[in-house]
Design a protein around this ligand. Structure first.
Ligand SMILES: NC(=O)c1ccc[n+]([C@@H]2O[C@H](COP(=O)([O-])OP(=O)(O)OC[C@H]3O[C@@H](n4cnc5c(N)ncnc54)[C@H](O)[C@@H]3O)[C@@H](O)[C@H]2O)c1
Length: 431
């Protein structure tokens, strides 16, 4: 397979061209022939014009690529090495929602030929590729696994908005259903990944490796969130404590905060699901999830207590929330926990204005029913720096002072504006 791809005799297809799929498709298209397939025709039309619908890649990154973008699944028949990078979200019960992954497996199954390879990149629980995806591939191809086709799993580790750790500069974990598959898959990824390849022992090992990377972050952030709640009661600043503790060589540098997005706040639920299915109820992972998911409500409760303490009428008071994306300097609003802040404040009758220059207002409205304000409108009882976008980080004392009424509250979710607010005017509070 590797030699045929290298010679241009066989074609790579990428199914699902989002944050993960498009960069991998373009990178391969500099070295091999690629077909990029997505079910969303409007996204495909944009990519044909050299526009990344996720707004991560520049037009110049489409240049010099041998790629055919299509929304027609029949075009995939021409390809032999299929990479699946579709979403793996959770449903309203916080259980894995495998619909996109199984739909993509069906699409690939219908075009699968003897000798083809399928590599899954979507984050899943250990066992999902073999137990859930391969049967769908077999059913729709009328082929038998492993005799007729090979399968691998290679998790994606890119980090939206991160210009330093990019697809090619992050070591890539790959796996295959047998030694031959592993070697071919590893060599094919080696064509584009300059940081090198880690050959995992099995598909399940590679699936588990990815899921624990994010679970580890989630649990560590949950610990920081729990500490911040304790320190709040002790009336000490969490960041001052972390700065002091961080001078020890082996103190891990994690910080409190809202855990949103489609990875860290979602992936541990996949592991929870699988563990429970096997009869083990994870306590630590579950607690971490529940602490992190509760942070929006906690922050609002603390702010409301402060408003009451300042003899302000909570109902009808005005809050400005700066930032709605799931993290700083990205346009991605998926599973943003800032939305919890908005809804919690509104449940107390507080009037909330949200600004975010990075986010697409139509997308925010369609997804959450929240209408973004173009700019701050007058003065606020509470100014809440929820996301540390670059332009907010550049703001100084005067800029913030203009936003608050004479006696107001400054909520600094990430604890970075401590020395930038006038404490005569603002009661400063951070996690
Ligand atoms: N975004 C990240 O930084 C990141 C990092 C590591 C891992 N992951 C994982 O990678 C996977 C993909 O995530 P993403 O962020 O690229 O998602 P995304 O939402 O940005 O993109 C997914 C794309 O797949 C398309 N799609 C959905 N169903 C499809 C189907 N049946 N057939 C073809 N296309 C389909 C969508 O239209 C969309 O364009 C997920 O499992 C995610 O957890 C994401």
């Amino acid at each position: 397979m590797y030699n045929d791809i290298l010679k241009g005799d066989k074609i790579i297809s990428v199914i699902g061209l989002g944050y993960v799929g498009l960069p991998i498709a373009l990178e391969f298209a500099r070295k091999a022939k690629v077909i990029g397939f997505d079910i969303k025709e409007d996204r495909v039309e944009l990519m044909k014009k050299g526009i990344d619908p996720s707004r991560e890649l520049k037009s110049s990154e489409f240049e010099g690529c041998d790629i055919e973008f299509t929304a027609n699944p029949d075009d995939l028949k021409k390809a032999h090495f299929h990479i699946v990078a579709v979403p793996t979200p959770i449903n309203e019960h916080r259980l894995p929602d495998l619909k996109p992954l199984l739909a993509a497996s069906k699409t690939v199954g219908k075009v699968l030929k003897k000798g083809d390879y399928v590599v899954f990149e979507s984050t899943v629980y250990p066992g999902c590729t073999e137990e859930d995806c391969i049967p769908v591939l077999e059913e729709h191809s009328n082929l038998k696994f492993p005799e007729d086709f090979k399968v691998g799993f290679s998790p994606e580790r890119i980090n939206p908005g991160d210009r330093e750790h990019t697809l090619t500069t992050i070591k890539k974990v790959v796996s295959g259903n047998d030694a031959e598959a592993l070697e071919n898959i590893a060599k094919i990824y080696e064509m584009v990944i300059t940081a090198g390849i880690h050959r995992a022992a099995t598909i399940k090992v590679a699936e588990a490796a990815k899921i624990i990377e994010n679970t580890q972050r989630d649990v560590n952030i949950a610990l920081m969130n729990e500490l911040s709640m304790i320190f709040n009661k002790l009336d000490i600043n969490t960041y001052d404590v972390l700065e002091a503790a961080g001078t020890k060589w082996n103190f891990l540098k994690f910080f409190p905060g809202l855990v949103g997005g489609h990875c860290i706040g979602v992936d541990p639920y996949y592991l929870l699901y699988k563990a429970k299915e096997l009869g083990y109820h994870p306590r630590m992972i579950d607690s971490g999830r529940s602490i992190n998911d509760g942070m929006g409500a906690y922050i609002v409760k603390e702010v409301v207590k402060k408003l009451v303490g300042m003899d302000k009428n909570v109902k009808g008071s005005r809050v400005l929330i700066m930032g709605i994306t799931f993290k700083e300097d990205v346009a991605d609003i998926r599973n943003s926990k800032v939305v919890d802040l908005v809804h919690e404040f509104e449940s107390f009758g507080v009037n909330v204005d949200v600004i975010d220059e990075m986010a697409d207002s139509k997308e925010v409205f369609d997804e959450y029913g929240i209408k973004l304000a173009d700019r701050p409108n007058g003065k606020y009882d509470v100014v809440c720096a929820a996301v540390q976008h670059r332009p907010y980080k550049l703001m100084g004392k005067d800029d913030f002072s203009k936003l608050g009424v004479e006696k107001s509250i400054f909520v600094d979710v990430k604890g970075i504006f401590k020395n930038k607010v006038d404490t005569e005017q603002f009661v400063y509070w951070s996690l």
